[in-house]
Design a protein around this ligand. Structure first.
Ligand SMILES: Cc1cc2nc3c(=O)[nH]c(=O)nc-3n(C[C@H](O)[C@H](O)[C@H](O)COP(=O)(O)OP(=O)(O)OC[C@H]3O[C@@H](n4cnc5c(N)ncnc54)[C@H](O)[C@@H]3O)c2cc1C
Length: 447
């Protein structure tokens, strides 16, 4: 029986703990400085908005961990000594391990803006960030300025908006998140942000944050030179692997902790998972650092097998992500680059009046579907994944689109419109096949 220490109890670390327990009797200790028990980071915004209490975001009831003989510890790890296989906690305690899993997640990026350390300036990543946002709100915020046009920035804007706090967003790009979203979807989000009363400033950057009595009092815009009075500044300019405290541990580290396909680091018996890792050889089309929830979960399951004697390669499958831009739900399956490559055809349909859109990309030469972007419409993950993995022809995809749709009441309208658009563009006469029924979906998937 090995002594396993897991640093970090996020989705990556906690999934590893659960799966190691499922298949072994190893002694497991899971440590985090943030909270004693795992919670859903993606639900942080709903606590601030009053939809959930913190307890509702916990992944399991508190008793679950002890019952499954997973020891939890709320502590910050200060140092990892891989030569003597020990970790040092901030309170001075030293713990020995046989196998170590590092799953320490991300940390909010900061650059070198004057004033970034003033009171009232912060990112949103940890529970403690949420607590300080709440404390600032209780004291009174007349205006919040959010720097950065990404997924966390727009969540922060929605959070303040829900508490009737005026928000300005400074976004460096000329359109929201246009490094990821194609032009049309990005434009839809711009309009939706403005429609929610957010003062969205595109093509604008932060020059400095000015303060009074140690607190943020205004931001200075780099391009216009305008000073915007505010008492809260949200720095949401991306995240980076949270690895500072590991830098002296002897592990090979670049942007993140470098791991091979088995999630092994450069030191034997030390593994790393989740946001904090950099894959030395990612699958084609995938990035070496991917800070998303589901990859952390897959890594947790994968490493558990390897550690328990069944060496298993990490395979994240087809890329997928989902988010929410105020009221617009967004899903992406497969590859939808912001700019369509030459060998790809991109079919885009947008509802004439509502914030709903469907984009399907396919290889021009072969017709094989390569990706789906959905705005305001939900498609089934398993169906889209299978179509992409099996390189299903675009026309078969269109004829069977109803299999992918989640909303049986409305599917005919949108999928029909998508098929009509295709027919008009190509002179074809495709028709949608049978209405979606769960039985049909299962038959399609499992034969
Ligand atoms: C506001 C917000 C919204 C998000 N929404 C989405 C979304 O909609 N979809 C999506 O896919 N992803 C989303 N993400 C990203 C997603 O939450 C992360 O990819 C995921 O939580 C990473 O999991 P992890 O287990 O790798 O790390 P984490 O969840 O960061 O867990 C790491 C843990 O390790 C602890 N730790 C770090 N250093 C130490 C140390 N020295 N000692 C002890 N403990 C330490 C940390 O405190 C933390 O508890 C969101 C992130 C944020 C912040």
């Amino acid at each position: 029986m090995a002594k396993i220490i897991i640093i970090g109890n996020g989705i990556a670390g906690s999934t590893a703990a659960r799966h190691i327990r499922k298949i072994s009797d190893h002694e497991i200790t899971m440590i985090s400085g943030e909270t004693e028990y795992p919670f859903s980071r993606t639900a942080l915004m709903y606590i601030y908005m009053g939809h959930l209490k913190f307890d509702h975001t916990k992944l399991y009831e508190d008793w679950f961990w002890a019952k499954n003989r997973i020891q939890t510890k709320k502590a910050w790890v200060k140092h990892v000594d891989t030569s003597e296989k020990s970790i040092l906690l901030e309170n001075g305690d030293k713990l020995q391990y046989d196998k170590l899993i590092i799953a320490t997640g991300s940390t909010s990026n900061k650059f070198v803006w004057p004033g970034q350390d003033l009171e009232g300036v912060q990112g949103l990543y940890h529970l403690q960030d949420l607590e300080s946002m709440e404390a600032a709100t209780q004291k009174g915020i007349k205006r919040a300025v959010i720097i950065g046009g990404g997924l966390i920035g727009i969540e922060m804007a929605e959070m303040f908006h829900s508490r009737h706090i005026p928000v300005t967003m400074l976004v460096r790009e000329e359109s929201f998140w246009n490094v990821v979203l194609p032009k049309e979807e990005s434009a839809m989000v711009n309009q939706h942000i403005l429609a929610n009363g957010i003062d969205l400033r595109l093509s604008e950057e932060l020059l400095e944050i000015k303060g009074q009595d140690g607190k943020a009092s205004c931001v200075v815009c780099k391009n216009s030179g305008e000073e915007i009075a505010c008492d809260f500044v949200g720095l949401t300019v991306g995240v980076s692997p949270n690895i500072d405290f590991i830098k002296e541990s002897g592990l090979v580290i670049h942007r993140g902790i470098v791991v091979n396909e088995y999630l092994q680091t450069s030191v034997e018996e030390v593994y790393a998972l989740g946001d904090c890792v950099e894959l030395s050889a990612p699958n084609p089309g995938r990035r070496p650092v991917e800070a998303v929830w589901y990859t952390g979960r897959i890594m947790g399951q994968t490493v558990a097998k390897t550690i328990c004697g069944e060496p298993t390669k990490y395979n994240p499958g087809i890329w997928f992500n989902s988010a929410k831009f105020f009221d617009i739900e967004y899903q992406v399956y497969g590859d939808i680059p912001a700019k369509t490559p030459e060998n790809i055809t991109s079919l885009y349909w947008q509802h004439p009046t509502e914030n709903k859109a469907i984009r399907i990309n396919f290889e021009t030469l072969t017709g094989a579907g390569t990706g789906f972007n959905l705005m305001g419409i939900r498609y089934r993950h398993v169906v889209c994944e299978k179509w992409i993995a099996d390189k299903i022809h675009i026309e078969t995809v269109i004829e069977n689109l109803s299999l992918a749709n989640f909303d049986p009441e409305f599917f005919e309208q949108y999928e029909g419109a998508f098929a009509d658009m295709y027919n008009q563009n190509t002179g074809k006469a495709l028709t949608l096949k049978s209405k979606r029924k769960l039985g049909l979906v299962e038959k399609f998937l499992f034969g």
